[in-house]
Design a binder for this molecule. Structure first.
Ligand SMILES: [Zn+2]
Length: 252
């Protein structure tokens, strides 16, 4: 509740509710949050728990993973979350194709259980051990009604060592458009932060100015493609970098 008020004071417009260590919000609190956010004009989204692996060898863990996504979505829908973001799976010993099918099955089942009114947003992930490169995420969103992407540009950069120039950012947006249509660019969910990375991809999130991430170029590409939707800053200094992004965007 205080978060949405504070955002309004700062002049920011959106908040991702972090259920990353479990969904601990009840239905009553979710409805109160919905009212508070509407009053302050703040849009909300949800990050589901980190502890999700739809490719686990342990059936119990798959079941628990589906339940965590379900719970996050069930509560998030009560405050009209723009999407329920999550990291779908780890490859472990499976081939990418096998993981894809398992993730697809898990999400299809979870969406059927949830019904209407909520969008699941599998996220592009930063570590090479994690399922979720750009093709995989866009494929899921093409194949499953009710799924839309969360494009984490810092993760794409960390994962590939590329995706850090105007042309590369533009080509990511063009692939979104080719795979999912123009509508997808009008309803995007985007994560941005600085990031450090090595051979395995993501190491940790950094503040923008302490990283090599060319965020002004990204913002220019978003503006050029007339992208609409929600941008969530995931730097350690959340509010500061969110304001920096907003200011820079208004200048490009
Ligand atoms: Zn995430």
């Amino acid at each position: 509740m205080e978060g949405v008020e504070r955002l309004r004071e700062l002049g920011l417009g959106a908040l991702e509710v972090e259920f990353v260590r479990g969904v601990k919000m009840g239905e009553k609190a979710a409805q109160e949050l919905d009212r508070a956010a509407k009053k302050q004009g703040i849009a909300l989204s949800v990050h589901a728990p980190y502890y999700i692996n739809l490719n686990s060898h342990d059936d119990k863990k798959i079941k628990d993973s589906k339940q965590r996504i379900f719970q996050a979505a069930f509560i998030g829908r009560m405050f009209h979350a723009h999407g329920i973001v999550f990291h779908p799976a780890f490859y472990q010993e499976s081939s990418p194709e096998e993981v894809y099918l398992r993730v697809k099955e898990g999400l299809t089942e979870t969406l059927a259980r949830l019904g209407e009114g909520v969008t699941l947003r599998p996220e592009t992930t930063g570590k090479k051990t994690q399922f979720g490169d750009l093709n995989e995420i866009l494929g899921l969103c093409r194949d499953i009604p009710g799924c839309s992407p969360c494009i984490d540009f810092a993760h794409l950069h960390a994962r590939t060592g590329k995706v850090n120039s105007y042309d590369e950012f533009l080509s990511v947006l063009e692939r979104v458009e080719e795979t999912l249509g123009r509508e997808a660019l009008q309803d995007m969910h985007i994560h941005v932060s600085g990031i450090s990375y090595g051979r395995g991809g993501e190491i940790k999130h950094l503040n923008l100015e302490e990283s090599d991430f060319c965020y002004p170029e990204l913002l220019r590409a978003l503006s050029q493609k007339k992208v609409q939707g929600m941008v969530i800053c995931e730097s350690p200094n959340l509010e500061e970098d969110a304001l920096l992004l907003k200011k820079t965007y208004s200048e490009v």
